[in-house]
Write a protein that binds this ligand. Structure first.
Ligand code: ADE
Length: 298
C-alpha cells in the first residue's frame, strides 16, 4: 500500500452477534444444498432454527461474505425479513443460525399451490404484499438486495388466510447501490434490470454506475409478481440466455401477460419493468397498491 506497513486483514467475526456453540446445535434434516454450502433444519437447545453452513468453498472471502451478510441481517428487524439469531464462528465450519420458515422457498411453495390447483387471487396478492413490505423496509434502511426472486424468499403457506413471506437471502445485498462495481455482475439473469448489464451501449459513459440504484430491486420485484401470479413458472422458458440478455437490455423482452391475469395486477407489475429506473415505482407505492388489491379481492 505504499507505506511499507503490513496490510492487516479485517477482523472476520462480526461483533454484534451472539456466538452459537456448535455443540448446542442438533442438525435434524438438510433443507437444501447450494454452491457455497448447505442449509439445515436444526434445533438450537431444542428450538427450531435454520443453519446455513459454509462448505466446500470455505475461503477467507466466502467467510467474510457470510459474516457480512450476518452483520447486515443483525441490524435489521422486520416481520417480513428473516431474523438472525447468531453465528457459529469456527474456521472449519462457519455457520449462521437463522429463523426457520416452515415452507422453505416461496418458489417451491407456489409450485405446491399450483399442484393442488389452488390459486385464489387474494392469497397471491397477500403473498406479494408481504414481499413488498419486507423490501420497503430494506430500502428504508438503504439496503439494496440485488438478487430478489422467489427462490430467495421464504414462506409459510399452511394457513392461506394468513400467508407468511420473508425476505430470506441477503447474500448479494449491499448498503447503498453506489457500492456496486461495474463489471461485477450481480443477480440472476431474467430478474436483472437492464442497467445492471455491462456493456449496455446506452450505459457506456460515466453515468453507468449512477444508473444502478435501489430501482434494480423494483425490476426484480415485477418478475416476482409474475412468478407469484403464475404460481412458480420460470420466465422465458426455452429462450437461450443470450437472447434473454439481449432482450432485457434493449427493452424488447418482458414477460407476457399470464393467461387469466387481471388488469389490476398488470397495472402494478408492468411499471416495475420500465427501462428508465426513475420511472419505476417505489416499494411503498407497490405495497399500497397491493394492499388495496388484497382488500378488493376479499
Ligand atoms: N431454506 C433456506 N433458508 C431457510 C430457512 N430459514 N427456513 C427454512 N428453509 C430454508
Amino acid at each position: 500500500n505504499g507505506t511499507g506497513a503490513a496490510v492487516v486483514e479485517a477482523p472476520l467475526a462480526p461483533v454484534n452477534l451472539q456466538q452459537v456453540d456448535a455443540n448446542d446445535l442438533d442438525k435434524i434434516r438438510e433443507l437444501g444444498r447450494g454452491q457455497f454450502g448447505s442449509v439445515w433444519m436444526a434445533k438450537w437447545l431444542g428450538v427450531e432454527v435454520a443453519v446455513k453452513e459454509l462448505l466446500g468453498q470455505n475461503t477467507p472471502r466466502a467467510r467474510a461474505e457470510m459474516y457480512g451478510e450476518a452483520e447486515m441481517l443483525a441490524a435489521l428487524r422486520h416481520p417480513c425479513v428473516i431474523a438472525i439469531y447468531g453465528l457459529v464462528v469456527n474456521q472449519e465450519a462457519p455457520a449462521s443460525v437463522i429463523e426457520y420458515v416452515r415452507g422453505g422457498s416461496l418458489k417451491g411453495g407456489l409450485q405446491r399451490l399450483k399442484q393442488h390447483g389452488y390459486a385464489a387471487r387474494r392469497v397471491r396478492a397477500a403473498i406479494a404484499l408481504q414481499a413488498a413490505r419486507g423490501m420497503e423496509y430494506l430500502h428504508s434502511r438503504r439496503v439494496v438486495h440485488f438478487d430478489l426472486k422467489c427462490d430467495n424468499l421464504l414462506c409459510d403457506l399452511r394457513d392461506l388466510h394468513r400467508p407468511v413471506v420473508k425476505i430470506g437471502d441477503l447474500g448479494l445485498s449491499k448498503k447503498k447501490a453506489t457500492t456496486f462495481v461495474s463489471g461485477n455482475m450481480r443477480g440472476t439473469l431474467p430478474w436483472m434490470a437492464p442497467e445492471l448489464f455491462p456493456n449496455a451501449s446506452h450505459l457506456e459513459d460515466d453515468q453507468s454506475e449512477d444508473r444502478v440504484t435501489e430501482k434494480v430491486d423494483i425490476f426484480s420485484f415485477g418478475m416476482c409478481m409474475w412468478e407469484i401470479w403464475t404460481l412458480g413458472d420460470q420466465p422465458y422458458p426455452g429462450l437461450p440466455l443470450h437472447e434473454v440478455f439481449a432482450g432485457i437490455m434493449n427493452g424488447s423482452l418482458r414477460p407476457s401477460r399470464p393467461p387469466d391475469c387481471q388488469d389490476d395486477w398488470m397495472e402494478i407489475m408492468m411499471p416495475c419493468w420500465a427501462d428508465e429506473p426513475a420511472s419505476r415505482p417505489s416499494f411503498t407505492e407497490i405495497a399500497e397498491a397491493l394492499d388495496r388489491l388484497v382488500t378488493v379481492y376479499e
